[in-house]
Structures are given as structure tokens and as C-alpha cells.
Design a protein around this ligand. Structure first.
Ligand SMILES: Nc1nc2c(ncn2[C@@H]2O[C@H](COP(=O)(O)OP(=O)(O)OP(=O)(O)O)[C@@H](O)[C@H]2O)c(=O)[nH]1
Ligand SMILES: [Mg+2]
Length: 453
């Protein structure tokens, strides 16, 4: 899901990469491209419009933080907007209510209500240790009730076995009574699929809803539904008090627009994602993660925030000024950089958050950047005299031996550090001037992923 939207959005923000700052022109172009990307992802037009309006207000109204490039700033705003649209927080079923808690599944034909009823029941049984009863009021499709009955016995849920002659309302009434007798904690009512334009079926569901008086009414929607999900979502939430959404078939290649559209239209949170046909294929929906996934950035946003929070910007600026004035990058400066890296949890912790982390040669990266290694390098610098730190060139063979002895390491380790320092010094020299500040945004030349530059 979302892979296309993801590609489009990351290429849009990448295009902003080289731009020094946001201007009316590039804001307009970018908004137009985001609009297209959303439409292509099957998000409904009115939702696209209001989303773009929101983003544009935020972009124009915000003081873009100096530490972020336009691409980063834009990404951050879209990310926040998406999270907001998804209701900000991960919602969980409130189980601290008098039992039985009544949950009702509603939606179009084939959206996944029956499967999801069973998946949810299994979750509640296995994880929450609840006693769950399943009941079907689908008297319209032959074998629908049998389908749920089988699932119930597979997962160890109770099942209310109705008679052929019963109406949905009487099934609900009797099932509720039975659930009290059996002391069920939760009762999940599976309903027949229906079209939102079928008046008599919509009247039926509203009657069932009144009798059941559920604590939660979940609108179950197929990710593949695309724009076709809008009208039903609206119709169902007008008729019934929808309390949440469950998005099924998120494992498929749907373009993902449904998630955005349905959240917006109903104003309700997505509780769960169905991610496969098997009974365990259900997940909690995390707005943060989904927004990041849509933007194709792993947890890069939190990475940006982490960098902002942890980089000692004053230090970095001081160093930038120093180099600009033609002064040398000495071992005090290197130590500073190493300490900042440790402060950020080391390089490998950061790398894990990058979307392309899998593609990096982790072993090599870890070796070069792990915390132990950083601490060793700092220990080497600590074993030097102030003069050596300031004038690394004075460190000759006998000094190296003394330093190695001082920190309990080998001469090779000292050599490695000296080499690293030399490389960084060279880089600093090259960068002195315009590019310096930009580089200081990343720490010691750390590679910020393309989408964020
Ligand atoms: N891949 C995948 N398939 C799913 C998911 N959820 C449901 N399905 C499949 O979708 C089909 C329809 O699922 P049902 O649970 O019977 O749908 P329903 O809403 O109860 O259908 P009606 O009762 O006929 O309205 C079945 O083949 C399910 O296996 C999911 O999250 N991923
Ligand atoms: Mg069904």
C-alpha cells in the first residue's frame, strides 16, 4: 500500500533539495505536485483540496526553522498534517467498561467484516484474556452465519447459534441475553454487507444498531475501494454513530488513498489494519508510522527532530566560525564531534531509523560508528597533552607509544584516529566558506538522506 504515493512525495521533496529557501514560486509548484500525487493515490478530490489548504497555510504561516532545508521543512509539515488527519494518537479499544462491551461491524459487501470480527475476537482472547462471543445477523447471504460459526470455533470464541426463522433484531436481543448468562466480556456483532444506497438495507442496519446499542461501531473498509469509499463512509456515518474505522486488505497493492479519505470524511480514527487473510493478520494502526510510511521515510522525521534536539548548535557554529577564520580543525574539535555522536545514541542507532537502512552495509557502519568505538577514540584524545590536541602534527612515534600506553590501546588505533582527523581537517578546509554551515547541520559530515537535504 502507498508505494506510489510514497515515491511521488519523496521525489517532490527531493526536488526542493537544492533550493536555498522556500519562495512563493516553489511553494506553489510543490503544492501542485502534492495535489497530483494525492489524486493519483486515489484520495478523493474534496479531501485533497482541504489537505492542500491545510499544508499551504502551515507552510506560509510557519517560520521555517533555520536548521531545516526547504525539503525538510515541507516534509515535516506534510508529516504533521497527515498525523493530524489520522487523529494524532494510536487508539486502542477501551476495555474498561461494564461488560459485555458490544462491538458492531458494518460496511459494504466483501469489505472484510466477518474476517475482521474473528481477527479482533482472537486478539481480545489471546492478548487481553477476554471471554468473547461472536454473533452474526447476516441472514441475507447463505452460509454467512456458518462462516462465522466456523471461525469462532477455530479461535475459541463463544458463538450465538441463531435459528433460521429469527430476524436480525431478535438475534441481537437473544445473543445479548446469552452473553450475560455466559458472562462474556465482549460481544462482536457481524452484520451483512450492504450498499449505502440500498434504503431498506440501510433501514435494517439502523434498526439493528438501535437494538444492539453498541459501545463501538466499526466501519470496515477495503483499502482497494479507492474513491468509492467516500460516499459509503459518509452514508454509514450519517445513519449510524460510527465510532471507528478498520482498514482491511492493507497488504494488497491498493494506492492507499482510502485511509486519508475515510479518516477525513468520518472524522473518526482508524483502529486496526487488516494485513492478510490469516486470522492473526491484524495490527493496531499507528498514525505516526503510517504518515512516515506514506512519506517513505522510515522514522526519518523523528531523526530530524532528534538531530535538532541533540546537536549542540552553538558548538557547531563556533566550529564553523573558527574554520572560516582559517583556523585549524584540531583534536579538541574532533573530540567534540565524537561526543555529540555519542549523545545521539551513536551512529548505528540513527542509521536504523533511515528508510534505506537495509541497503547500507550495516556491519561496516557499525564497526566504524559504534559507541564503544567512539568512546575509545575519545579516550585516545584524553591521553594527549593539551599541546598535542592543539597541534596534532607534533605527535610523533614516541608520543604515539606514550598515548597508546595511557589509554591501553594499540599504536594502530592511534594511527587510525590521526588519519580520521586528517581527513576531517581536509574536508573542513574544502568546505570553509559557503558550504560550511550546511555541512555543520549534519554532524561531522554525516550523510543526511536525500529526502531531507
Ligand atoms: N488479503 C486480505 N484479505 C482479506 C483481509 N480481510 C478480509 N480479506 C478477504 O476478503 C474476503 C471477504 O472477507 P469477509 O470477511 O467475508 O468480508 P465481509 O465483509 O464479511 O463480506 P460480506 O459478509 O459478504 O459482506 C475474504 O476472502 C477474506 O479472506 C485482509 O486484511 N487482507
Ligand atoms: Mg460477512
Amino acid at each position: 500500500m502507498f508505494s506510489n504515493l510514497t515515491q511521488r512525495l519523496s521525489s517532490i521533496t527531493r526536488n526542493l533539495q537544492g533550493k536555498g529557501r522556500l519562495s512563493d514560486g516553489n511553494i506553489k509548484d510543490t503544492l501542485r505536485e502534492i495535489r497530483l500525487a494525492l489524486l493519483e493515490a486515489d484520495v478523493a478530490l474534496p479531501i485533497v483540496k482541504s489537505f492542500i489548504e491545510g499544508v499551504s497555510e502551515d507552510v506560509i504561516g510557519s517560520k521555517i526553522e533555520k536548521s531545516l532545508t526547504p525539503g525538510q521543512a515541507f516534509t515535516k509539515i506534510i508529516h504533521h498534517k497527515l498525523i493530524e488527519l489520522f487523529g494524532n494518537k494510536t487508539v486502542e479499544l477501551n476495555l474498561k467498561r461494564p461488560s459485555p462491551i458490544v462491538i458492531m461491524m458494518v460496511g459494504l459487501q466483501g469489505s472484510g467484516k466477518t474476517t475482521t470480527a474473528a481477527k479482533l475476537a482472537k486478539r481480545l482472547i489471546d492478548i487481553e484474556k477476554k471471554r468473547v462471543m461472536l454473533v452474526s445477523v447476516d441472514i441475507h447471504r447463505p452460509a454467512a452465519i456458518l462462516q462465522l460459526n466456523r471461525l469462532a470455533s477455530d479461535i475459541g470464541a463463544d458463538f450465538y447459534d441463531s435459528e433460521d426463522s429469527q430476524t436480525p433484531k431478535s438475534i441481537v436481543t437473544k445473543a445479548l441475553k446469552q452473553s450475560q448468562r455466559s458472562q462474556s466480556d465482549v460481544i462482536i456483532i457481524d452484520t451483512a454487507g450492504r450498499l449505502h444506497i440500498d434504503d431498506s438495507m440501510m433501514a435494517e442496519i439502523s434498526d439493528i444498531h438501535k437494538v444492539a446499542n453498541p459501545n463501538e461501531t466499526f466501519f470496515v473498509v477495503d483499502s482497494m475501494a479507492g474513491q468509492d469509499a467516500i460516499n459509503p463512509a459518509q452514508a454509514f456515518s450519517e445513519r449510524l454513530d460510527i465510532t471507528g474505522i478498520i482498514l482491511t486488505k492493507a497488504d494488497g497493492d491498493a494506492r492507499g488513498g482510502v485511509a486519508l479519505s475515510v479518516s477525513q470524511v468520518t472524522g473518526k480514527s482508524i483502529y486496526y489494519l487488516g494485513v492478510g487473510e490469516k486470522i492473526d493478520d491484524i495490527e493496531l494502526f499507528h498514525p505516526e508510522r503510517m504518515a512516515s510510511r506514506i512519506l517513505g521515510m522510515g522514522d526519518v522525521l523523528s531523526l530530524v527532530e532528534e538531530i535538532e534536539a541533540k546537536v549542540d548548535r552553538k558548538q557547531s557554529e563556533r566550529l564553523a566560525n573558527k574554520i572560516k577564520k582559517g583556523k585549524k580543525f584540531d583534536l579538541y574539535d574532533l573530540k567534540n564531534q565524537l561526543e555529540q555522536m555519542i549523545g545521539m545514541g551513536g551512529m548505528s542507532a540513527l542509521l536504523e531509523k533511515l528508510p534505506m537502512a537495509g541497503q547500507l552495509n550495516n556491519a561496516a557502519m557499525n564497526q566504524q560508528f559504534n559507541e564503544k568505538q567512539l568512546k575509545r577514540q575519545i579516550a585516545i584524545i584524553n591521553s594527549m597533552t593539551p599541546n598535542e590536541r592543539r597541534f596534532p602534527k607534533t605527535i610523533n612515534g614516541s608520543r604515539k607509544r606514550r598515548i597508546a600506553g595511557g589509554c591501553g590501546l594499540q599504536i594502530q588505533d592511534i594511527n587510525k584516529l590521526m588519519k580520521q582527523h586528517m581527513q576531517m581537517e581536509k574536508m573542513m578546509k574544502k568546505m570553509a566558506g559557503g558550504k560550511m554551515k550546511k555541512m555543520m547541520r549534519g554532524i561531522s559530515g554525516m550523510n543526511i538522506p536525500p529526502g531531507l537535504r
